[in-house]
Design a protein around this ligand. Structure first.
Ligand code: CP
Length: 312
């Protein structure tokens, strides 16, 4: 595999899940594979899980890691071609990506959307610029429109916890005070579309995700109806896609509670705002998978890096 930037880079999700489970059982089995190889992790935005689990994955493969908070610590990077750079940006991505490629064997990037410029976000300007100008493989640690390390992690977590062949999985929008990206929701949808699950989405009117991503997946605007007989409930907030980046609703009537989900397993990518997105009782209850999901981030990233290293 050259790059891992999208759930569609997974050629066979079931075999990938089994390979990731094998790594989880024996995390150091490939400790020699990454010897003398370096992973650069470039963060344009904040992170806890992605930052630490991707480093841990690299360490499990014997790689060295270099981490940089690009926003703040590096020179402001220009992404437009032909710009007269007499403003706030001091270095073009053409040079930045080429230079980092000389220091590292793989580059991982986190760059969130603007949520104000839909075309720029759809075009994945930051991620695609690095793919274009870097000479080493690129891993997406959450871009404007997708979070494929999280989506793959979530598929592993469902596979590990399912008690029936074809469980019902519900992705439910939940409230939040801020405008959040669509990336986690998008990649979860795309991962579930590859799995043998009964999958539905619940979101209020005005919050449908990009129809090019949801495709034929059923969308309910009645949360109670969608949650009926659910085996897994994945909660996530996202801002409006149609009224791009807008927060249309902040009241708590879509917050996840025990009464709503019954015996279903609860999932969230974290970080999560307690008693806004989901009630304490759910997160503190025995059906919450959120800590286990975070653990699986390491093995999802480790499998991705392993496949890239094997192809270097
Ligand atoms: N779920 C996730 O990507 O967490 P971080 O934003 O903390 O990396």
């Amino acid at each position: 595999m050259k790059n891992y930037t999208h759930i569609n880079d997974i050629d066979n999700i079931n075999s990938w899940i089994e390979e990731a489970k094998a790594l989880k059982k024996n995390p150091l089995q490939d400790i020699e594979l990454g010897k003398n190889k370096t992973l650069a992790l470039l963060f344009f935005n904040a992170s806890l899980r992605t930052r630490l689990s991707t480093q841990k994955a690299a360490l499990n493969l014997g790689m060295d890691t270099i981490v940089m908070n690009v926003s703040g610590d590096a020179w402001g990077i220009e992404f437009e071609d032909g710009t007269v750079m007499n403003g706030t940006t001091a270095e073009h991505v053409k040079e930045a990506a080429a230079v980092v490629s000389q220091y590292c064997d793989v580059i991982a990037i986190r760059a969130f959307p603007t949520l104000t410029d839909k075309e720029r976000d759809k075009n994945e300007v930051v991620l695609n610029s690095f793919i274009k100008y870097a000479s080493v493989p690129i891993v997406n640690m959450e871009s404007a429109t997708s979070h494929p390390l999280q989506g793959f992690t979530d598929a592993i977590s469902i596979s590990e916890n399912k008690t029936k062949k074809k469980p019902k999985v519900v992705l439910s929008w939940a409230p939040h005070i801020k405008a959040l990206p669509h990336a986690v929701g998008n990649s979860f949808v795309q991962a579930m579309q590859k799995m043998d699950v009964e999958f539905v989405i619940a979101n209020p009117e005005g919050y449908n995700l990009d129809p090019k991503i949801t495709k034929e997946t059923p969308i309910y605007h009645n949360q109670e109806e969608a949650l009926k007989d659910a085996d897994f409930v994945y909660a996530k907030n996202w801002s409006s896609y149609d009224e791009y980046g807008k927060v249309l609703k902040t009241d708590l009537d879509w917050m996840i509670t025990n009464k709503k989900i019954g015996d279903a397993k609860f999932m969230h990518c974290l970080p999560v705002r307690r008693n806004v997105v989901v009630a304490d009782e759910v997160l503190d209850g025995e059906n919450s998978l959120v800590i286990e999901q975070s653990n699986n981030r390491t093995f999802a990233a480790q499998l991705v890096l392993k496949k890239i290293l094997e192809n270097l």
